[in-house]
Design a binder for this molecule. Structure first.
Ligand code: NAD
Ligand code: IPM
Ligand code: MN
Length: 359
């Protein structure tokens, strides 16, 4: 039997609430498989920082890196909390993990499940995946300011794009496209203005395309991509883009396909040199934390991505099927974002579908 070491980081706010449900589903779906998840809980996040002053220590990182995969809820305190001003939990912890564990692929699928209301009048079929670069771009912290606080202040935040970094994520995206029925890859960038990085991304896509003759390739400027994502999202199959464009586009993608309560993601190190990390796209939602109002579906779908990544495709498909069945029972009169059922009731319903409906 196979043992998988799973690091669990529930985090702050609704993080622990949605992770409790995700773990329930993980345990239920693998109960009869020949696999055991050995879980280690890590208390990291704003609450931990306020207690100890630590965000992510070298010991934390080493301990987490010794696992096969990571499941994360959400981290971050109430925006604007002065006690967290110097901590920068998002950079220190979330980006700390993504960068240190070389999560160069940030995989963010968008699927409009049957029965889910979209804010679009005519959404059509929405079934695409954004492959967002995860370790470069303007996120690297290559910046600085001079004359801060004066009218002469200059603040730079330089986007870093390396041939190595762009090529590996582009090649991964081609692989994803080749594995899907439509085999269509769209590069999203802003090559008309960001000429140096844009040229590198475009040349890289052109070069790697030669290895994937079955994949058809096109290009959109990021501003036009937002038009299509609203006006005709069915045109997208696989999108490859940089860290910041990908961040913004995937919130839009979540909004058109049922909302932030359904959006799942994987931060992947494809070579498996480091554990990959799976998390809902949403944050710690301090406005609804502790009230059992959060929809755990995004966290549960992140478990499906985790199972898929670990080669447990059958279990992953069963989780997706149970989520699809559960969503179909919801009525359109309710917002999907604050569930009419408690967080635990949604998790329990999905577990029941898994265990008693033969899924
Ligand atoms: P947020 O995603 O936490 O919340 C935005 C809105 O969506 C809120 O109204 C919230 O109630 C709602 N919402 C989010 N998830 C939901 C769910 N599962 N079910 C129902 N409603 C849900 O974004 P924010 O308010 O900008 O950020 C709050 C904190 O989270 C900040 O500290 C931010 O930096 C952090 N954050 C963390 C992550 C992460 O850990 N990956 C991601 C984004 C934001
Ligand atoms: C996300 C979040 C993070 C990001 C923040 C919290 C650092 O918005 O996971 O999309 O920008 O990547
Ligand atoms: Mn984001």
């Amino acid at each position: 039997s196979r043992t998988i070491k799973l690091a669990v980081i529930p985090g702050d706010g609704i993080g622990p609430e949605v992770i409790a449900e995700a773990v329930k589903v993980l345990d239920a779906v693998t109960a009869h498989d020949n696999v055991t998840f050995e879980k280690t809980q890590f208390s990291l996040g704003a609450a931990r920082f306020l207690e100890t002053g630590d965000v992510l220590t070298a010991e934390d990182l080493a301990a987490i890196a010794a696992h096969d995969a990571i499941l994360l809820g959400a981290v971050g305190g109430v925006p604007g909390d002065p006690r967290l001003k110097d901590a920068n939990i998002e950079r220190g912890l979330l980006l700390g993990l993504r960068f240190s564990l070389d999560h160069y692929v940030n995989l963010r699928p968008s699927i409009l499940f049957p029965g889910v209301p979209s804010p679009l009048a005519a959404p059509g079929v929405i079934d695409f995946v954004v492959v967002r670069e995860g370790t470069e771009g303007p996120y690297v912290g290559n910046g600085g300011a001079i004359r801060q606080g004066t009218p002469q202040e200059v603040a730079n935040e330089v986007s870093v794009n390396t041939a190595f970094g762009v090529e590996r994520v582009v090649r991964f995206a081609f692989g994803v496209a080749a594995s899907r029925p439509r085999k269509q890859l769209t590069l999203v960038h802003k090559t008309n203005v960001l000429v140096f990085a844009g040229s590198l991304w475009q040349r890289t896509v052109n070069a790697v395309a030669a290895e994937f003759p079955e994949v058809s390739v096109d290009y959109l400027h990021v501003d036009a991509a937002t038009i299509f994502m609203v006006a005709k999202p069915s045109r997208f199959d696989v999108v490859v883009t940089d860290n910041l464009f990908g961040d913004i586009l995937t919130d839009l993608a979540a909004a058109i396909s049922g909302g932030i309560g359904l959006a799942a993601s994987g931060n992947i190190n494809p070579e498996g040199r480091f554990p990959s990390m799976f998390e809902p796209v949403h944050g710690s939602a301090p406005d609804i934390a502790g009230k059992q109002l959060a929809d755990p579906t995004a966290a549960i779908l992140s478990v499906a991505l985790l199972l898929d990544h670990l080669g447990l495709a059958d279990a992953a498909a069963r989780v997706s099927a149970a989520v699809t069945a559960d969503i179909a029972t919801r009525t359109n009169s309710h917002s999907l974002e604050t569930a009419p059922r408690s967080t635990a009731a949604v998790g329990d319903a999905i577990v029941t579908l898994l265990t008693s409906k033969g899924l």
